[in-house]
Design a protein around this ligand. Structure first.
Ligand code: ZN
Length: 206
């Protein structure tokens, strides 16, 4: 190693006297850098005294406990700095992943909505005689159905026959529930319910 390389790579650091004019003793991370700083920026008339007094304290002269404490401090500082760097990187990765997760969730929701017609068709194919009425798989009980007015029940059955081709997911129970709902004063919900509404009015039930 040449002298120049040694000079460039070896940083003189350690405890010093008179790094600053108003402090006796401090740790100096780079002795030569401070010398250069004094020569460049401090008033000319102060420089001679500053440079004369500014000195590295030989490590072997220092209290052993102080040297050890400084070493422990340096190691802890380095570990903290590394952990801080890892935290920043992890946080960045976390936000990127969070963003991707939100985007994917939105895309899934949109696609799921767009696939509704296909899902309905698939359901008709794979789940024959299904009691699903658009809201629940539980249908109104036989007792409830029997309680329903005969002309209304006939109307519902006729309507079901007429509409089942145009509305593959339509069920008799759904129409019954819809009739009950409208008879209870609720507005029609959806296409088949509009037809039902019209006929219930014709029957004089609404
Ligand atoms: Zn089903």
């Amino acid at each position: 190693m040449s002298f120049k390389e040694v000079k460039m790579t070896k940083i003189k650091s350690g405890f010093v006297f008179h790094l600053h004019h108003d402090t006796l003793f401090e740790f100096c991370p780079d002795y030569n850098e401070r010398v250069a700083y004094i020569k460049r920026y401090k008033p000319k008339e102060d420089q001679e005294l500053r440079l004369k007094l500014f000195q590295l304290i030989p490590e072997e002269e220092l209290p052993k406990l102080l040297v050890e404490a400084r070493q422990a401090y340096s190691e802890a500082k380095r570990a903290y700095s590394e952990a801080d760097q890892a935290l920043s990187e992890a946080r960045l990765a976390y936000y990127k992943a969070e963003r991707a997760y939100c985007d994917a969730e939105q895309a899934l929701s949109k696609t799921s909505q767009a696939c509704q017609p296909e899902i309905q068709t698939l359901h008709s194919k794979l789940c024959p005689n299904c009691p699903w009425n658009g809201r629940t798989i539980f249908s109104i009980t036989c007792k409830e159905a029997k309680q329903m007015d005969k002309p209304i029940e006939e109307l519902i059955e006729a309507l079901y026959k007429d509409l089942k081709e145009s509305y593959p997911s339509l069920t008799l129970d759904w129409l019954r529930q819809e009739a009950e709902s409208q008879l209870a004063g609720n507005p029609p919900r959806g296409g088949p319910s509009m037809f039902l509404n019209r006929y219930l009015k014709k029957l004089g039930k609404l």
